[in-house]
Design a protein around this ligand. Sequence first.
Ligand code: ADP
Length: 316
Amino acid sequence: MTATPTRPDAGAPAGLAAPPAGVPAIQLAGLTKRYGAVTAVDGLSLTIAPGEVVALLGPNGAGKSTTIDMILGLSRPDVGTVAIYGRPPQDAIRNGAVGAMLQSNGLLPDLTVGETLALMASFYTRPRPVRQVMERAGIADLARKRVGSLSGGQQQRVRFAVALVADPSLIILDEPTTGLDAQARRAFWASMREETARGRTVLFATHYLDEADAYADRIVLLRSGRVVADGSAAQVKAVASGRTIRATLPGADAAALAALPGVDSVDIHGDTIVLTCRDSDAALRKLLAGTAARDIEVTAQNLEDAFLALTVGETP
Ligand code: ADP
């Protein structure tokens, strides 16, 4: 399953040099990262077009942060390559094309919010006005407060403002709403919508299915460092709720099995048939009525386990 970009206004935001036409915003090819015996990211390939808003969805430990760290050039893949607008990540980051909000972005506690953003803005040749960025992140009234005196949720918003200050065309967010209450989550996503309406590309990691569903055009479901589904929210949910029917059926007719109601795909190995189904009840009824299938087993696909492990938070 693949998704096509659906944003009509895909491209560079106003005021930014357009990224090269036809070049993906992010291209990952065969990324693998191991930590000792743990394979955190396992042969991950992914192409994200300019203007797409993509959720990297997966339970804790799925490899989301490791993937983001490699995209940002903060850690090196053992195998595989990362390109941002066709270039190594460091190039894109240096020229302000990428804004990132990481869980662990170091903020200096003794600076005020205003000083923090002014300092970040000074690193770029064409930053956004600091006041505008603070308003976007909902922290204009905190400008004179010391960062160290802010709540966790307020510091998250400062991190978001830091991600925006370079006026990036690509925004990468690692679990941006962790630690925020429901109201703050809603406010955060309302701000993000304003940003994405300007045609920015966004990749955000989350373990909230509802957040991915509500805010992404496309969901990439990660599990154990691998992409297990990639498509629109509806497509990914359909895959995740499917079942597999396995049975013994000598001389099975693949085309007839594929035509059964509720069947998505058919595999035949000797006398064993494996049907991947979106509606296993309907498929099973016809299978029993119309064939000599025996030793029938119906199992949830592994994806369902992945979804069970996901936290379903409040829909903002
Ligand atoms: P996620 O962001 O989806 O929660 P991570 O990318 O943080 O997942 O982690 C993926 C896997 O890699 C986990 O098993 C985690 O324990 C392991 N891992 C991540 N970073 C390190 C590290 N620096 N050292 C050892 N293991 C790590």
